[in-house]
Design a protein around this ligand. Sequence first.
Ligand code: ZN
Length: 312
Amino acid sequence: MLSFVHEITGLRTPTGIIRGCFDDTDERRQANRAIAVSALGLAVTGIIELIIALITSSVGLLGDALHNLSDVSTSLAVFLGFRVSRRAACERYPYGLERAEDLAGLGVAVVIWASALFAGIESIHKLVTHQGTSHIAAGIAAAALGIVGNQLVASYKLRIGRRIQSATLISDAKHSWLDALSSAGALVGLIAVALGLRWGDPMAGLAVTLFICHVGYEVTTDVSRRLLDGVDDGLLMAVENAAASIPGIGHAHAYARWTGRTLRIEVEGWVDPTLSVHHADELSCRVSNAIHQAVPEARIITFTPRAMPPPP
Ligand SMILES: [Zn+2]
């Protein structure tokens, strides 16, 4: 079967080579730096919280520390995956190692669920055994640090995200903003303990555990969807409409899947069976351009011309 493959870095067109819309090396560098700086800030916050949690035996603080550190591990996995996935394809891995990030994501999901389980068990244990909390002032300071740390990271990511118009970074900023609420939960628990309500801290611990479960759920669904080759709703429709909008294409069928950060699109287009290979190639360039316009994240587009008329 005859197919034309278009890799969108230097897009081939009937009139020559045009630059793709992906000349975003500088923006990507800024995004990477923002994620790295944020991860470092969160790691310092999380480690301090963890140490204070061990000193005060506050489970609210423990949960919040584990949450912040698991967020750091998520960023780390994205980074590692990104580095590994840039390795060139070889004979053994013809598509490269792009899915390393998904593999790392599975590991992160396990870490998050394990920390949720740990924080949950510790909280229930503290609740039923009526254990006390010591050095409450230090605990309150650490929880406040959690709030400030997450807020700083959130506003920083939001600023960079808006500047380079990165949806990922902006939604990451929202995540950090919400995470400040988790730290606030730990803070409220400790204030309750300071006011004489012993159960304040374990209740806060349980609330923070729910927060961690929420993150675990999001990471797990995201990774599973990628591993199962899921794509966003409406993507195939957009591709098929774009392909069919090109004169000479009677009908189009599309398939798509992500391998790591590469969105691969396969499209079959029903064309005039007397079309020469040369003209079919030209047509495939037009189809590829139209798909790229409609779906900017498309990286590799494979076009296969089929003889008209289309099947019923
Ligand atoms: Zn988080």
